[in-house]
Structures are given as structure tokens and as C-alpha cells.
Design a protein around this ligand. Structure first.
Ligand code: NAD
Ligand code: ISE
Length: 343
């Protein structure tokens, strides 16, 4: 590898373009040398702003390009498995946007391919682990200051969602972030999921919106996640851990609050790009830095992607049946030692 990491990006939609922007104008030690998208015109348009980048006809062709040291997968979820497996087969590090794959079987195949390769090549885009507020919250929890955690209350509110968003997406596409985050925050696995269904919002169209996902942690704590995907007023992410001796919550994030006409107001972000702007920067910079000199990625790994998929499947089953659904994970391979997985 050269001293500057040469990255190929598969999928030049919303987050693909956002990651290309940060890799070319914000971050250090990285350059984008190749792009591809099934919508070739989109890829070509993006490449117009990247004079050094080749536009490839397929993801496989991009992965094989000798000018690509590492791959970033930002295509639709169902296509992730093939590109992650092809990157592992080529021996190239691959950063895959969440979810790692859309079924637990596909995630397990990725885990098995990486284990067979004998080294860590895969990182999954669970960016909350890089967010300053979540990191500060975890520091308080880990310090013991609020005592043993008993519960966590979360809210994941989107102003709106695209038309292709389906009933199950509330779990598989949205709450999957909390699923990964609480495994990391509590340093333990999730053992069961339940879903409660409140009255339906008139803003939710055909979706059952909102939903309440309840997660049971291995240590006995309970996590509730409100998932609202048509809240209208903005993108609002909340989290509060209740401990034996105190509570700790994500702080308000706006750098400004305005007082006027006997009111106090702070802006609410429009969407995930605005709310997690810096978290994505830190996430990709730390990924780039970890690969320097042929190193291995240290962020959320293929096992984390697999575990999130199993919990997500349990959540979908709980939504379908109204039952409590236990989470059963395959045996964890030695490549994913506990401390590397959850810390
Ligand atoms: P998008 O629809 O805007 O972009 C996806 C792009 O992938 C499209 O341009 C599409 O043409 C392309 N594509 C589809 N199949 C392809 C294939 N086989 N090969 C190459 N390109 C292909 O979607 P998006 O919002 O950018 O989401 C992309 C991925 O990123 C999803 O997995 C999504 O869950 C994830 N995502 C993560 C976050 C986050 O907060 N971490 C936020 C948004 C999206
Ligand atoms: C989107 O794909 C994301 O990952 C966002 O972070 C999340 O808030 C949104 O609900 C998803 O659709």
C-alpha cells in the first residue's frame, strides 16, 4: 500500500457521495481512486469532481483494480454481501455501510470467509461509536459514576423516510443503530427482543409508526427504543442510561440556543448527515489510520455486523408475532475476541 490509502467506492448515492466528499476534502491520508454504481450516470457525474478516479462498470472490477487498496461499500443493503466477500477474496480491507448484510445467514458467510482468510479485513459503518456524545456517555457509564446500569431509554426519530422504506425497515434499517450501540455501550450481548405497537401516527402512511422495541441485555438491563420515522420536526436522537446511583444522557448538541419573546429555542438537525457529520468524519479517519502500514481495522467488525443482524431478525419476528423472541448467536470465532468486539 502507498502511504496515502487509495479507496474505491461502490455505490454513489447519498452516503456514498457524502463519504467521497469527506475522503477528498476533509480527511487526511486517503484519496478516492475509483467509483462505481449500477446507475452508471450517477457514478460518472460523481467522478467529474474526482480527476484521478476511474469509473468501473461493476463492483467486482473496482475491487480488482490495482489502484484500489481498500473498498468502501455504500450500495443498497442486499448487495453488500457480494462486495464484502469479493473484497475478502481479494485480500483488501473493506468498510461496509450498515447493515453488513440483510440476513443473518449472509453475515455469517462473511464472518466465515474472514475467519478462513485468517485476518480482520471488514469494518461496518456503525458510526455512533464515533460520536462525541455517545463516547462521553459511555465514558460515564464505564467510570461507574452512576452505578450499575439498569435501563437505557432511546429515541430514534426521523423527520421522514423514503418511499421504498418498508414496515420492517424501522428495525432493520433504523433501530439497527441502537442495536449495535447498546452492545457497545453495555459491553454485552442482547439476549431477547420484543416490540410494542402504540396507536399509529397519521403521518406514517402505510407504516406502523411509531414502534417501541424492547431489548434484554445479558446482564439483566432493559433497553427501550422509540422508533418514529415520520416525526416531521427534524432528526432527533436521544439516549439516557439509568444506573443504580444516577442517570446520564446524551447532551443537547446545538452550539447555539436563542432566547427571544420569552422562549428558548435550539435548532434540531434535518437528518443523519447533519446530526452525525463529525461522527462519520472520525469513523472514516480512524479506519484510514488503522490501515496505515498494512494494519487491520479496529472498529465494528464482521461479528458485530452478524450479531446486529441476528437481533434485528429477532426484532422483525417480534414485530410479526407480538411475542418475546430470544436471540441465539452462533459460537464466536477466536478472531473476534470479546474485548475487540464490544469495547
Ligand atoms: P441511496 O439509494 O442514496 O444510494 C445507494 C446507491 O447504490 C444508489 O446510487 C444505487 O444505484 C447504488 N447501487 C445499488 N445497487 C448497486 C450495486 N449492485 N452495485 C453498485 N451500486 C449499486 O442509499 P443510501 O442512503 O446512500 O444508503 C446506502 C447504504 O448506506 C445502505 O446500506 C444504508 O443502510 C446505508 N446508510 C447508512 C447511514 C448511516 O447512518 N450509517 C445513513 C444512510 C444510509
Ligand atoms: C438510514 O439508513 C440511517 O442509517 C440513518 O442513520 C437512520 O437514522 C435512518 O433511519 C436510516 O434510514
Amino acid at each position: 500500500m502507498s502511504s496515502v490509502l487509495r479507496v474505491g467506492v461502490i455505490g454513489t448515492g447519498m452516503i456514498g457521495r457524502d463519504h467521497i466528499r469527506r475522503m477528498t476534502t476533509v480527511l487526511a491520508g486517503v484519496t478516492v481512486t475509483a467509483v462505481t454504481d449500477v446507475d452508471v450516470d450517477t457514478a460518472k457525474k460523481v467522478a467529474e469532481g474526482l480527476p484521478a478516479a476511474t469509473v468501473h462498470a461493476t463492483g467486482e472490477e473496482l475491487i480488482a483494480d490495482p489502484a484500489v487498496d481498500a473498498v468502501v461499500v455504500c450500495s443498497w443493503g442486499p448487495t453488500h454481501e457480494q462486495y464484502v466477500l469479493a473484497s475478502i477474496a481479494a485480500g483488501k480491507p473493506v468498510f461496509c455501510e450498515k447493515p453488513l448484510a440483510t440476513t443473518q445467514g449472509a453475515c455469517l458467510r462473511i464472518v466465515q470467509a474472514e475467519v478462513a482468510a485468517g485476518r480482520r479485513l471488514v469494518q461496518v459503518g456503525y458510526m455512533r461509536r464515533y460520536d462525541a456524545a455517545y463516547r462521553a456517555l459511555k465514558q460515564v457509564v464505564d467510570s461507574g459514576e452512576i452505578g450499575a446500569p439498569l435501563m437505557m431509554h432511546c429515541a430514534h426519530r426521523n423527520a421522514d423516510v423514503p418511499s421504498f422504506y418498508e414496515k420492517e425497515s424501522a428495525i432493520t434499517d433504523t433501530a439497527v443503530h441502537e442495536i449495535d450501540m447498546v452492545r457497545w455501550m453495555f459491553g454485552e450481548e442482547i439476549t431477547a427482543a420484543r416490540v410494542l405497537i402504540p396507536r399509529r401516527s397519521r403521518n406514517g402512511g402505510p407504516l406502523q409508526d411509531p414502534l417501541l422495541l424492547i431489548l434484554e441485555m445479558a446482564g439483566g438491563a432493559l433497553v427501550d427504543v422509540e422508533i418514529s420515522v415520520n416525526i416531521r420536526y427534524g432528526y432527533d436522537i436521544r439516549g439516557e442510561v439509568v444506573g443504580e446511583d444516577g442517570t446520564a444522557a446524551l447532551g443537547e448538541l446545538s452550539p447555539v440556543s436563542v432566547r427571544t419573546a420569552r422562549q428558548v429555542s435550539t435548532p434540531v438537525p434535518a437528518d443523519w448527515r447533519e446530526r452525525f457529520l463529525r461522527a462519520y468524519d472520525v469513523e472514516i479517519q480512524e479506519w484510514v489510520d488503522s490501515l496505515a502500514g498494512g494494519g487491520a481495522p479496529v472498529g465494528p467488525n464482521a461479528w458485530d455486523g452478524y450479531a446486529a443482524a441476528v437481533v434485528s431478525d429477532a426484532g422483525v419476528e417480534a414485530l410479526r408475532t407480538g411475542e418475546r423472541v430470544p436471540v441465539v448467536l452462533a459460537p464466536r470465532p477466536a478472531l473476534y475476541a470479546t474485548e475487540a468486539v464490544l469495547s
